[in-house]
Design a protein around this ligand. Structure first.
Ligand code: FAD
Length: 320
């Protein structure tokens, strides 16, 4: 019985969730009294494997095959590795990639699949906590019929740190190329360029309180003056004022910055689901009863059109 955590990478970089996965995996391995194996498939496996060798990891396996994510290659590679290790728990990120191959691995290997875990416990049976009803409630379910494939939501565990003393090795998989039905031909960036709000330390996030697209220059000036990255609630993206990759929330991105400054955002559950992991939450809202104040560490009850220019000046900038 082992725990296998499969890393996620994109365009040459390991994604943060890979290291959060290692923390979840270590906790599970401790509870089950077993080893934690990490794996990376494709890409620059040598450097990825080195980076995955964090404290608490016992073995790192590198599967060399192509550069980018491929559903069929991942499904075959993870299946082979999980079977070889007799993995009781196969942990994958609840990311676009992870969700793509996790059910296939579960089906092919006869494992029980549980998605979108935000907490895990093991005491002979696996307990998985998930959100339901649009993040309004959390439920903990006991899953008895192992072995398991579990996809883990990013930002729910701290990232594993330090340098470990794992055994690092390559794992050869005889990929059946006839069963590989798709090939990545290239990438096209959607608007917003290379910005990944999930990696930002300081987010200035704007909501419907901004009223008009032309007013966005105000928060852009604040972001620029303070060195923050601009993100938003969903209505701003639905209006086409910012690209989709700036949206925080249940149907957007999960973010865990040091500071999250929510401006003119009410704090709907679907928004909070994406940013509640921020270290410090600051809200600017005219409504003292806005739900965002339930989770904010600091709040300024006031009109953003007064408060934001004052903040820009305070930080040495010039309001537009
Ligand atoms: P509002 O709720 O309209 O809030 C605007 C706030 O601005 C109010 O609190 C108001 O008091 C304040 N305000 C107004 N004027 C000013 C001013 N001058 N100065 C200061 N404050 C002011 N939403 C997301 O954000 N992300 C998601 O990923 C997401 N996914 C969803 C998925 C589903 C399935 C569904 C059903 C909904 C989802 N939503 C999501 C939408 C969500 O329910 C809310 O509608 C949305 O978050 C509201 O955005 P908002 O806070 O910007 O707007």
């Amino acid at each position: 019985m082992t725990v296998l955590a499969v890393a996620d990478h994109r365009r040459g970089d390991l994604r943060d969730v890979s290291f959060e996965l290692l923390t979840a995996g270590r906790e599970l391995a401790d509870a089950a009294g077993t080893d934690l194996h990490a794996a990376v498939v494709s890409g620059d496996t040598e450097s990825f494997a080195e980076d995955l060798n964090r404290e608490g990891v016992d073995h790192v396996h590198a599967v060399e095959h192509g550069e980018e994510f491929n559903h069929d290659v991942y499904a075959q590679a993870v299946e082979a590795l999980a079977d070889d290790l007799d993995a009781e728990f196969v942990l994958v990120p609840n990311s676009v990639n992870g969700l793509d191959y996790a059910p296939a691995v579960a089906t092919r290997t006869g494992r029980t699949y549980v998605s979108d875990a935000i907490d895990l416990a093991y005491d002979g049976a696996l307990e998985v906590t998930r959100e339901m009803y649009g993040s309004k409630v959390e439920t903990t379910v006991e899953v008895t019929d192992g072995p398991f494939v579990v996809s883990i939501r990013g930002a729910e565990w701290p990232a594993a740190e330090g340098v470990g003393d794992a055994e690092v090795s390559t794992f050869d998989v005889d990929v059946d190329e006839d069963a590989v039905g798709s090939t990545v031909k290239g990438f096209e960036e959607v608007g917003g360029g290379d910005v990944d709000i999930a990696d930002a330390n300081f987010l200035v996030s704007i909501g419907r309180g901004i009223e008009e697209e032309e007013n966005l220059e105000l928060v852009e000036a604040l972001a620029e003056t303070t060195g923050a990255t601009l993100s938003s609630s969903r209505p701003i993206v639905d209006n086409g004022w910012l690209p989709k990759n700036r949206q925080v929330g249940q149907s957007g991105k999960q973010v865990t910055p040091d500071v999250y400054l929510a401006i003119g955002i009410s704090g709907a559950v679907q928004h909070v689901a994406g940013m509640k992991g921020a270290d410090t939450i600051i809200a600017i809202n005219t409504d003292p009863n806005a739900p965002i104040y339930d989770i904010a560490d600091y709040g300024i009850v006031g009109d953003l059109f007064d408060v934001v220019p004052a903040l820009i000046e305070e930080f040495g900038g010039e309001p537009p």
